[in-house]
Design a protein around this ligand. Structure first.
Ligand SMILES: [Zn+2]
Length: 289
């Protein structure tokens, strides 16, 4: 019976939303459909060319994701993507970040040199999974989205790396002792994830990349689609080790990679001087967690 509930919910949500996963937003004047997507935008915020490029790229990501996850894990309805310009609030200057909402709609904002596309693969992983999993453990879902996006597009160095190597950026936090311990990040995900995003995104991505590189993508996917997904005690079943054992292995590996990276300290220094990270205070033990 328990297993039936998500199936019934999925059936009801597909009835409610019909052709799309989630309902179309009424705040956009323009709409374009491709094979697997409905794209929505306003002409003042986005150009025809940007949308055209995004539509082509979205189909490419979809294809790759479908090959990786299996077609059975792809949505039966079209995914909605909205394009919302810079996403800077004119009063508070607060910047909105690309995200997927509870209905599985992808909302994109232009971000640095990557424009709209830098976060698309990551967000698409969330969009195809949201409302289809027995549990939504957000630390794991973020790690999975980052690791799969990295696996498909290893050359993408968007948030929060701003073009700098992950070995250097994630390595800096760990080696300097200023990073948030992964276990703390996991347990306090809701409180720390966005508040300390420069730290959380790169370190978590590097950890899940480590699992892919050293244990294989199949183990990560097996856990991602297991009934036990998001249950920390289930890690040994998939990786043969507990979460904390894997974290210590990863820490040694990242320390080694950082130390072996020529000019790492200099690069880390440049990263903190030349990227938007300089406007942000790092979260600290004893103050933030
Ligand atoms: Zn995410």
């Amino acid at each position: 019976m328990k297993k039936l509930i998500p199936v019934i919910l999925m059936f009801l949500s597909s009835l409610a939303f019909g052709q799309t996963k989630g309902v179309l937003s009424d705040r956009f004047s323009e709409k374009k459909e491709s094979e697997h997507f409905v794209l929505q935008w306003n002409t003042q915020q986005s150009s025809e060319k940007e949308i055209e490029e995004a539509a082509v790229f979205a189909e490419e990501v979809y294809q790759k994701l479908s090959e990786l996850l299996g077609e059975q894990h792809m949505p039966s309805a079209k995914l909605i993507i909205t394009f919302r310009g810079e996403g800077v609030d004119p009063e508070t200057y607060k910047k909105s970040v690309p995200h997927v909402d509870g209905q599985g709609r992808i909302h994109l904002y232009r971000f640095e040199s990557g424009g709209y596309l830098g976060a698309l693969a990551h967000e698409m992983v969330h969009a195809v999974r949201v409302n289809t999993q027995p549990r939504w453990e957000r630390f794991f879902e973020e790690g999975l989205a980052s690791a799969l996006a990295h696996y498909l597009y290893p050359e993408n160095k968007s948030f929060a790396r701003y073009g700098y190597p992950l070995d250097v950026v994630a390595g800096y936090w760990l080696v300097s002792g200023k990073g948030i311990p992964l276990e703390t990040m996991r347990i306090q995900h809701g409180r720390l994830n966005l508040k300390c995003s420069f730290q959380t995104y790169v370190m978590r991505e590097d950890f899940f990349n480590y699992l892919v590189v050293h244990y294989g993508i199949d183990k990560l996917l097996a856990y991602a689609y297991a009934d036990a997904v998001g249950i920390i005690e289930a890690y040994p079943k998939y990786w043969g080790k507990t979460f904390s054992e894997l974290v210590s292995e990863w820490e040694s590996d990242l320390t080694r990679r950082y130390n072996a990276y020529e000019g790492a300290a200099q690069l880390a220094d440049e990263y903190f001087k030349n990227t938007p990270v300089k406007y942000s205070r790092a979260c600290e033990a004893g103050i933030d967690y």
